[in-house]
Ligand binder design. Structure first.
Ligand code: NAD
Ligand code: ZN
Ligand code: ZN
Length: 346
């Protein structure tokens, strides 16, 4: 079968032929209908040998949806032909965090060598993919796989980021979204659906800002030297109560803390190496800073329910599996508006 792999340190994604996997006991084989392309993959492909915690080659893709093609021994409750999405942050399923559905914060995954598909285990940008346990499958129940698959990360991650910040996003509040790409353009829609906050979006090109406005941002502002002053004007000098940074680089984290109000929730989601300097006197009183990772299984069900209600609509660009390397190149170059989705089986 065809798969898209990151094969050696410093290399680029390649379309290769690999054996079709067979499900072992407890595993489920999916025929992939759609797989999303996330900027984290580009970060992983820039990791040094020391930073990379799993061996190469790696089949990419941690946003996956498909139809159940075969069941390993002992699998129950799933039928061949079911249309499902994959909950990606696999955990042990048994620790205190996993027991709450927070497999993204599994206490034993590292020790047990459990990796998410596409981030250590073979991922979804392939014709077929193995899922280690049926509990990782979430029924699509009528949702379109192509427009839904990004919600498994580009929806779930901002959903978790926003949900924990809901107490400060009261009427009259402002939420700032920095970086309105795959995650950010969904974050804007989630903020509009879940909160009464005024949403101010920041990005570096007019094309991205146009999408931000289209999906519901009240204001869209260029992320330049004037951005902090502009957010100040828009909030009457008070600042934003919620700040969601989907870039997470040093300059954007600096903006994130500079636009924060007293008691603001600053949430650094992007993995661009930026750090918030939090201490008494260096940030507004009672400002909190978080750096969350992905979301829980329960939250993915909630995100899908929101999608069913029509509250979120992912802006997708479709690619064949042969064009997956092009999708990564365009994402790297900032040319994807919304999320690139690969259709490995046409
Ligand atoms: P993306 O490339 O689709 O979106 C990033 C957006 O940021 C683009 O629109 C880009 O134009 C914009 N941008 C770049 N520099 C900017 C700046 N200085 N100011 C404002 N905007 C700027 O990427 P994505 O797939 O949405 O991922 C976003 C980030 O989130 C990445 O760092 C990714 O690795 C990370 N991520 C983290 C988690 C997590 O669990 N913490 C999960 C998924 C993705
Ligand atoms: Zn991701
Ligand atoms: Zn666990």
């Amino acid at each position: 079968m065809k798969a898209v792999q990151y094969r050696e340190l410093g290399g680029s994604p390649e379309v290769v032929d690999v054996p079709e996997p067979e499900p072992g006991p407890g595993q489920v084989l999916l025929r992939i209908t759609a797989a999303g392309v996330c900027h984290s993959d580009i970060a992983v492909m820039n990791f040094s040998a020391d930073e990379l915690t799993f061996p190469l080659p790696l089949t990419l893709g941690h946003e996956g949806a498909g139809t159940v093609a075969a069941l390993g021994d002992g699998v129950r409750g799933v039928e061949v032909g079911d249309s499902v999405a994959v909950y990606g942050p696999w955990g042990c399923g048994r620790c205190a965090k996993c027991a709450q559905g927070k497999e993204n914060y599994c206490l034993r995954a590292a020790e047990l060598g459990i990796f998410p598909p596409g981030l250590g285990a073979p991922g979804a940008i392939a014709e077929y993919m193995l899922v280690d346990d049926a509990r990782h499958l979430v029924p699509l129940d009528g949702l379109d796989p192509v427009r839904t698959v990004p919600l498994t990360d580009a929806g779930l991650t901002p959903y978790h980021a926003i949900k924990e910040a809901l107490p400060v996003l009261t009427p009259g509040s402002t939420a700032v979204v920095i970086g309105t790409g795959g995650l950010g353009h969904v974050a804007i829609q989630l903020l509009r659906a879940l909160t009464p906050a005024r949403v101010v979006a920041l990005d570096v090109t007019e094309r991205k800002l146009a999408l931000a406005r289209e999906v519901g941002a009240h204001e869209a502002v260029l992320s330049d030297d004037a951005a902090v002053a502009r957010v100040g004007e828009l909030t009457g000098g008070i600042g934003a109560q919620g700040v969601f940074d989907f870039v997470g680089a040093p300059p954007t984290v600096a903006i994130a803390t500079a636009v924060a109000s007293v008691e603001a929730a600053v949430v650094i989601v992007g993995i661009g190496g930026g750090r918030a300097d939090v201490g008494f006197g260096s940030v507004p009183y009672d400002m909190s800073a978080r750096a969350p990772y992905w979301g829980s299984r329960g939250e993915l069900f909630e995100v899908f329910d929101l999608a069913r209600s029509g509250a979120v609509d992912v802006h997708v660009e479709r690619y064949s599996i042969d064009d997956a390397p092009l999708a990564y190149q365009r994402l790297h170059d900032g040319e994807i508006n919304g999320r690139a989705v690969i259709l490995p089986n046409g």
